[in-house]
Design a protein around this ligand. Structure first.
Ligand code: SAM
Length: 447
């Protein structure tokens, strides 16, 4: 046990959130305790994202904001982790960012743990440390401040990505696709359940490809069936799906198993076939439309989320309007929108002109944003006065925050401790981004 403290700053996707939890877990294994104040910390981890330039700028901004702390306390250990570092080595970054003590690739606390335990920089020489982490990994002990508190946890099941979407930097930064052994995943789910977690979300860049690189192992549907048996876990989700791999077998598994929630994240990225071809997505807009129809037929009341990039190189007004029309027609529950951001060494960056002006990207973004707000506002309005089942996660500004099976955000005012509880509530107000509800409790009859 030592009296040292660690602080973690996380930017980006759910995979990073899960990775940060694992760093916290490893550090607490060494006796460090968590602080949410960077100024108090002896070790600061910056877990970074570079999927768009804005995320990269944010990470570098956060790093330079730590300069005064490092100057005041040269013993402060700064660990840069995640996609800014990537899996291919940090030599160039080491020169550019001398205030960083340790560089760690995504999903790997190994270099930091090595540095702290051996007092030497072994960044990216991860074999031994990764092995050591994997042993711990089987029974993930949450950081103390999350134990018994965290209701919904994320579990990476596929690391990396081997697809070659022309705009995407992820395969370069997170390496090739690797499925985790089923035993490790199940052990982790069991240990999370024992620590009070009620909902798990299995993660992969293309999560439906789970198991394709493991001989004789289960596929995602098989993995979900196994995880479904874990006692204590009440809800299971998975993301992100790819239109080419989201099979009808998987749909039927979601429809059949009661703990699997009817919410699917399956990005279209663009609604025009030429743009989709230039993105190398591997499907047409009609195939995506058909997929949505099939999902809705096979999984009753399923909500569907998509991702869209506007202003991809060469995207004309007419091609953008195709995307607009697809979104208008399909009336999906969520659209994560992004303006195209060229990323170093991707195919689109090397071979295509970023020729849609930023102002035009913003205009297209806002057109979709406004339309989607209306669509979701209408979808959610149908819940007014209805009873929905909500799993409550935490109290935020005096109200309990929870989610419906279809992943809709619901707030409830109550003095009861609702953390981790599933309650039936009546929806009293709806908007595009959230709903309010009141608890449906049987009145207590006093005699
Ligand atoms: N693996 C998932 C997929 O693409 O199917 C999600 C990966 S990524 C972390 C999340 C989203 O970021 C993508 O779905 C895409 O919409 C967006 N994105 C990726 N690269 C981008 C880029 N260069 N510019 C703008 N948005 C991008």
């Amino acid at each position: 046990m030592n009296d040292k403290k660690y602080h973690v700053w996380t930017e980006g996707c759910q995979m990073n959130v899960a990775d940060s939890q694992r760093v916290g877990s490893s550090l607490e294994h060494l006796g460090y305790t968590f602080t949410d104040t960077a100024e108090e910390a002896d070790v600061i981890v910056l877990n970074t994202c570079v999927v768009r330039q804005s995320a990269e700028d944010k990470a570098l901004g956060r790093l330079s904001s730590l300069k005064p702390l490092k100057e005041k306390n040269p013993d402060l250990v700064i660990n840069l982790m995640g996609c800014l570092v990537g899996v291919r080595g940090a030599e160039k970054l080491r020169e550019k960012l001398p205030m960083v003590d340790v560089f760690s690739p995504p999903s790997d606390p190994g270099p930091l743990i090595s540095y702290l335990t051996q007092g030497e920089i072994r960044a990216l020489e991860t074999d031994e440390t990764t092995r050591r982490f994997e042993v711990m990994d089987g029974e993930l002990l949450l950081p103390v401040h999350e134990r018994g508190q965290l209701v919904s946890a994320h579990i990476p099941v596929v690391y990396g990505c081997s697809h070659a979407c022309t705009y995407c930097i992820i395969p370069n930064k997170r390496g090739i696709e690797r499925s985790r052994p089923v035993g490790d995943i199940v052990a982790e789910v069991r240990s999370l359940a024992a620590q009070g977690v009620k909902e798990i979300t299995l993660l992969g860049q293309i999560v439906d490809r789970y198991g394709k690189d493991i001989l004789d192992g289960p596929d995602l549907a098989g993995l979900l069936r196994i995880v479904h048996e874990v006692e204590g876990i009440q809800r299971i989700r998975f993301l992100t799906s790819h239109p080419n791999y989201f099979s009808t077998d998987l749909m039927d598994t979601v429809a059949e198993l009661p703990k699997l929630m009817p919410h699917i994240e399956v990005p279209i990225q663009a609604g025009d076939d030429t743009v989709l071809e230039n993105m190398k997505r591997g499907y047409t807009q009609q195939q995506y439309r058909d997929l949505v129809t099939t999902i809705r037929e096979r999984i009753p009341d399923c909500s569907i989320a998509t991702d869209i990039i506007v202003g991809f190189p060469g995207e004309t007004e007419e091609q953008f309007m195709q995307t607009y029309r697809v979104l208008a027609d399909l009336k999906l529950d969520v659209a994560h929108l992004a303006r195209y951001s060229p990323r170093a060494n991707t195919v689109s960056d090397r071979r295509m002109d970023d020729d849609v002006p930023d102002k035009e990207k913003r205009r297209r973004f806002h057109l979709l944003e406004d339309m989607q707000a209306e669509i979701v506002g209408d979808i959610n309005a149908k819940f007014l006065g209805q009873q929905v089942e909500v799993l409550f996660e935490e109290k935020v500004k005096g109200r309990w925050k929870g989610r419906t099976p279809t992943n809709k955000l619901v707030f409830v005012e109550s003095d009861d401790d609702l953390r981790g509880k599933i309650e039936h509530v009546t929806v009293t107000w709806t908007g595009p981004w959230s709903m309010q509800a009141s608890l449906m409790r049987q009145p207590v009859i006093s005699l």
